[in-house]
Design a protein around this ligand. Structure first.
Ligand code: MRU
Length: 346
């Protein structure tokens, strides 16, 4: 399986997801600013992968803090600067803030210790975040595989696969685990305009595993959900509110409504770190707005007239009433989500 992000010789190495599937190129980030840029320009993307990158970015920042910054007070200021820079990259995926907070807690726990020890602990923690993420995805896969109907098609939106995590994936983890359990399924991948994560990343990833995959454009989803061919929908999430409302890649909401209309279960697969129980409902989730060029251009080629007015929200919020279940590493939550999600984290 593809290595999405690694820590190699004191640097962060990630596959460049803006170039896939045409080129398999790896980018080396040697500073926390490099990591912040890679998150912002989506060299690395997907909520859990962004979290791992942020954790490694914090470790990298402290590892390379200049010798003049090493007295305790200056290092504290430097740490704040590193965390603020990484936190300002993308607003929606809560895993980013979860990972930064986790690194802040580790930093606080080694306050006053020699710089070598502070650095060792931060690197160790960042590597742990990565290792844990792979294990969490496997557990999500196991918990979700039983829900996938055999001999049917699974529809997915965006890329919630190995590329969106440290490995294996959340939604694609459920699909992988169902296949490993012997289920005969195939996948329909929405292309996912405008960034084309479905066409470029999900199809590429599933092809490598030999899982039969069919690419459809986003506006075909309703047609196929009505056909009786789709056994379930499985998607990932960027942030889940306490009431079970789910922020995920724009277009997810339309798929969820069409799934419910046609009696197809709509499942969300996500780690506990994607829950934001501090938000009562999805209305409070910040939605990232991205550049107009993502909509007016495809691979650098203009497809809309000069001067076109564009809206480009990167995510939408699916109300909990459309979600048949939320699959996590701790188990499967069902409505009413206020209770079931709280139970999973306790
Ligand atoms: O803008 P992206 O590509 O970072 O958005 C990714 C998604 O919306 C994924 O579905 C979500 O992060 C879950 S990834 C396991």
């Amino acid at each position: 399986m593809v290595e999405t992000i690694q820590w190699i010789d004191g640097a962060v190495v990630m596959i460049d997801q803006t170039r896939l599937p045409l080129e398999e190129k790896y980018v080396t980030c040697r500073s926390y600013q490099d990591v912040a840029t890679a998150i912002r320009d989506m060299t690395i993307r997907g909520a859990p992968a962004i979290g791992v990158a942020a954790a490694m970015g914090v470790a990298l920042g402290v590892l390379h803090a200049s010798e003049t910054d090493l007295d305790a007070r200056t290092l504290d200021t430097q740490m704040e600067e590193i965390c603020a820079t990484l936190a300002a990259t993308r607003p929606t995926a809560v895993n980013l803030f979860w990972a930064i907070d986790r690194m802040k807690r580790v930093y606080a726990s080694v306050a006053g210790q020699p710089i070598g020890e502070i650095r060792r602990r931060l690197v160790e923690e960042a590597l742990l975040v990565r290792e844990e993420d792979i294990a969490i995805c496997r557990a999500i896969g196991r918990n979700g595989a039983v829900l996938v109907p055999d001999r049917k098609t699974v529809l997915t939106h965006c890329n919630a696969g190995a590329l969106a995590t440290a490995g294996y994936g959340t939604a694609l983890g459920v699909i992988r685990a169902a296949v490993e359990a012997g289920k005969q399924i195939d996948v329909f991948a929405d292309e996912t305009r405008p960034f084309l994560q479905g066409a470029r990343l999900t199809v590429w990833e599933l092809q490598q595993d030999g899982i039969p995959t069919t690419l459809i454009t986003d506006n075909m989803a309703g047609h196929f959900l009505k056909s009786g061919r789709i056994g379930c929908v499985v998607v990932g999430a960027d942030r889940i509110a306490a009431n079970g409302d789910v922020a995920n890649k724009v277009g997810t909401y339309s798929v969820a409504v069409l799934a419910k209309e046609n009696g197809v279960p709509f499942f969300v697969a996500a780690p506990i770190s994607t829950l934001d129980l501090s938000l009562a409902s999805g209305g409070a989730i910040p939605i990232e707005q991205r550049a107009a060029e993502e909509v007016t251009h495809v691979f650098g080629h203009r497809i809309a007239p000069e001067g076109t007015v564009v809206e480009n929200p990167a995510f939408d919020v699916t109300p909990a009433r459309y979600v048949a279940a939320i699959i996590t590493e701790e188990g499967v939550a069902r409505a009413p989500y206020e209770e079931s999600l709280k139970k999973l984290v306790s």
